[in-house]
Structures are given as C-alpha cells and as structure tokens.
Design a protein around this ligand. Structure first.
Ligand code: NAD
Length: 249
C-alpha cells in the first residue's frame, strides 16, 4: 500500500467502527517542539536518562537533582502549543468518530487543543500537590518557587515537599489508567496508535485490547505485525489527511 492507500484504509476503518479510540505518545508532540524519548539523535534519552533525574526515588532522595534537571525539563514542556495532529484529533472527536483517547504525554496538548474525552494516564503539567497533606497547587506555583531557588518547593500548610501531578518512574499507575483499560476492553473495536514506540508498559499493553489496530509512527514498533495498517509518516500530516478524507466523504 502506498501512503494515499494507507490513509484511505484508516479512514475506512474509522467509518466502519463503532468503538474508535486513539492512543498517543511522545511522537505526537515532536512537531510542537518537544523531544520524544527514543528518536535517534534528538530523543531525550540520548542526552540525560530520565530515570536518573525524574524518578520518584530521585525526588525523595535527591530533590535538588530532581528539581534542577528533571523538573526544569517539565517546565519547558509546559510552554508548548498543540500542532496539526492535535487539532485533527479534536476534529475527529467533534465529528463523532472518536470515542476517546489515551495519552502517555504529560504536556497537556490534547486538552489545550480542545479534546474532551481524554485519559492522561501519565499525568499532566497543569498542577502539583503536597506529598504530605495532598493539598493541590497550580503548576506555576512550583515553577515560581524553583525560579526563586526555593528547592524543593514546599507546601504553605504543612511544609512538606511539593511534586508535579505526573506519573514518575517508580510511581503506581493512577486509577484513571484502569478506568481507560476497562472502557477499552468493553468498547474498543478499533485503536489508532499515533507517535508511540509502544515499549513503555503498562500502556504498551493497551493495543492488545483492540479488535483492530492501525499505527502512525516514524519508526517500527513491536505491534506493526498485528496492525492492519502501518503509516510511516508524521502524525501531523497523516492525521490531517485522514480528517480531510472523512470530511469529504
Ligand atoms: P517514545 O519516545 O518511546 O516513542 C516515540 C515514537 O514516536 C518513536 O518511535 C518515534 O519514531 C515516533 N515519532 C517521533 N516523532 C513523530 C512524528 N512527528 N510522527 C510520528 N511518529 C513520530 O515515546 P512514548 O512511546 O510516548 O514513550 C515515552 C514515555 O515518555 C511516555 O511514557 C511519555 O509519558 C513520556 N514522554 C512524554 C513526552 C510529552 O509529554 N510530550 C515527551 C517525552 C517523553
């Protein structure tokens, strides 16, 4: 199949589906200027191993390292804007095709673009909370304290440490992951994976819950053989073309 046929095939699968869901990863946001983890040359993993700077263990044992390296990277991600791919997914939801989305991304760009039914299973950068009393704080409060070199930032109530509302390496998955899992299990007859290497578990197991699978990713994934269509193209272009086809059909 050439590119045009692949896009046509995915649009056809979407039209046939009654339970169409999308799973997105870091590749969805590279076109917004946020490096992913694993693209050779530009992936974050090539520069600093996130496990050594952004894990829950580092946060507890070396909060200065967490806040000066890992958190600083989070803060730069929070400034990004949605790209054509995010906007295309909003259109798919508004057109009634897309029933929901699971994202591994913490950048919040699907929400910023206007997607409504979304499970941010690795958290987001809109807020943080106190590790002692659990009081919530806007993400900007953490950023502001770090800018003022108050590291680690602390709670006004109990003076325990604040942390961002993201799932760090070593954290358990949040309840909304299990909610997404059971909705997919019950309803997903088609999953489109966009921009994920599908190696981070447990999210990488979710495609197994779909009856049919399509993938848009620049590099091969473990699931390519299980997919009915694999598109080696950027999410922005491919998703925009799928929407254009559905709008004109
Ligand atoms: P990953 O880095 O493991 O894989 C990204 C994949 O996307 C790669 O296979 C790459 O070939 C592909 N890709 C890159 N740009 C693309 C584009 N424009 N169009 C299509 N494909 C493209 O990312 P992952 O699978 O999401 O797993 C990484 C983990 O890192 C996730 O848990 C996520 O929470 C976290 N992360 C999040 C962000 C973010 O929030 N934007 C950024 C980096 C990492």
């Amino acid at each position: 199949m050439d590119y045009a046929e692949q896009i046509e095939r995915i649009a056809g699968l979407i039209q046939e589906s009654t339970g169409f869901y999308v799973l997105t990863g870091a590749g969805m946001s590279t076109e917004s200027g946020i490096p992913d983890f694993r693209t050779p040359g530009t992936g974050m993993w090539e520069n600093v191993d996130p496990i050594k700077t952004s894990s829950v263990e580092v946060l507890r044992e070396n909060p200065r390292l967490f806040y000066e390296v890992g958190f600083t990277r989070f803060a730069s991600i929070a400034m990004a804007e949605p790209n054509d791919g995010h906007h295309a997914l909003v259109r798919l939801e508004k057109m009634g095709y897309l029933k929901g989305m699971v994202t591994q991304n913490i950048d919040g760009l699907h929400v910023k673009a206007g997607s409504k039914k979304i499970w941010e299973v690795h958290g987001h950068l809109r807020s943080g909370y106190c590790m002692g009393c659990r009081k919530g704080y806007p993400f900007e409060t953490l950023v502001h304290q770090v800018e003022l070199k108050r590291i680690p930032p602390v709670c006004h109530n109990c003076f325990d440490m604040l942390r961002p509302h993201v799932v760090l390496f070593g954290d358990p998955m949040p309840p909304l992951f299990f909610e997404a899992e059971s909705v997919l299990q019950a309803n997903c007859d088609l999953m489109l994976v966009a921009g994920s290497s599908l190696v981070v578990y447990p999210v990488a197991y979710l495609p197994q819950l779909a009856r049919r699978l399509a993938i848009i990713n620049l590099e091969p994934t473990e699931y390519d053989d299980a997919a009915e269509v694999v598109v080696r193209e950027k999410c922005g272009r491919a998703l925009t073309d799928i929407v254009r086809l559905l709008e004109n059909s």
